[in-house]
Design a protein around this ligand. Structure first.
Ligand SMILES: Nc1nc2c(c(=O)[nH]1)N[C@@H](CN(C=O)c1ccc(C(=O)N[C@@H](CCC(=O)O)C(=O)O)cc1)CN2
Length: 285
């Protein structure tokens, strides 16, 4: 079997066009959706991501502000900027790009973002809402993975999903979203003995560890759907995921490539959350 590719760029194009239509409708009503992107420090990957986020926003007809600060910025200064953005009515979504430089407590900064503008879905209020099934912003990467499953017509209900990784921004919310969609969910992590024992039982595997070749062909049940959230580099500097793509694609039914899979969907779901936030703000006027 050779797996079919889940094309994150193609799905993103479709979803971003829908966002653009909603943005135009809102703008016509006098509310231009606005996103503020805050970057502290010089992390080269983060520089690319924030640039892509701002461009995606502009392409969708939304207003965006990119605030870039040197890594000498203090936590107090960053908290003051977040506070100003919380109080700026032209801004409907705020994101602080992670990771933050040493010396700045990311939890503290995320908690300072007003939950109604937390379009990254990282605030404890958003995480709590997800946990209990209430309305709130879903973190963009796992939200994008769920959209990809929907796109290929795979309903998680009754399926066994294995999530590899337990980060607050991907692994944990991914598990909650799959659970909400009625999958039976197993979360594996660095202290899981015999990872393959679990992944071989999975109908859906989400790899979100940040380490190459965590999932190889012998660890995958024939016909499984494999979503690769990893973003790593080979020794030659080539971008790759957590999954041994060439091997696993011969066993899986569907697989996401890296690049061009989950990555673009992260940015797309940010736009979806931002337009949602702007629509809520407009409805509350
Ligand atoms: N505040 C946030 N920080 C971080 C998040 C996040 O959702 N919010 N997620 C990651 C990084 N990330 C978004 O910020 C992100 C990662 C990768 C991509 C992407 O499009 N990748 C491309 C390849 C890009 C390249 O060439 O380097 C792909 O996979 O095709 C988008 C967003 C950590 N921080």
């Amino acid at each position: 079997m050779t797996a079919q590719l889940i094309d994150g760029n193609a799905l993103s194009k479709q979803l971003r066009a829908e966002v653009a239509t909603r943005a135009a409708a809102l703008t016509a009503r006098g509310v231009k959706p606005g996103l503020a992107v805050v970057l502290v420090g010089e992390n080269p990957a983060s520089q690319v991501y924030v640039r892509n986020k701002v461009k995606a926003c502009e392409d969708a007809g939304m207003h965006s502000v990119l605030e870039k600060y040197a890594d000498t910025m203090t936590e107090a200064e960053l908290l003051a900027r977040v506070d100003a953005l919380n109080n700026d009515p032209s801004i409907h979504g705020i994101l602080v790009q992670l990771p933050l430089p040493k010396g700045i407590d990311a939890h503290k900064v995320i908690e300072a973002i007003a939950p109604e503008k937390d379009v990254d879905g990282f605030h404890v209020a958003s995480a709590g809402a997800l946990m209990v099934g209430q309305e709130g912003f879903k973190p963009c990467t796992p939200y994008g993975c769920m959209k990809m499953l929907e796109f290929i017509g795979v309903d998680p209900k009754g399926k066994h999903a294995v999530v590899i990784g337990r980060s607050n921004i991907v692994g944990k919310p991914m598990a909650m979203l799959l659970l909400q969609a009625n999958a039976t969910v197993t979360v594996c992590h660095s202290a899981t003995p015999d990872l393959a024992h679990f992944t071989r039982q999975a109908d859906i595997v989400v790899a979100a560890v940040g380490k190459r070749n965590v999932l190889t062909a012998d660890m995958v049940k024939p016909g499984a759907v494999v979503l690769d959230v990893g973003m790593n580099r080979t020794e030659e500097g080539k971008l790759c995921g957590d999954v041994d793509f060439d091997g696993v694609k011969e066993v899986a039914s569907w697989i996401t490539p890296v690049p061009g899979g989950v990555g673009p969907m992260t940015i797309t779901m940010l736009l979806v959350n931002t337009i949602e936030s702007a629509e809520r703000a407009a409805a509350a006027r």
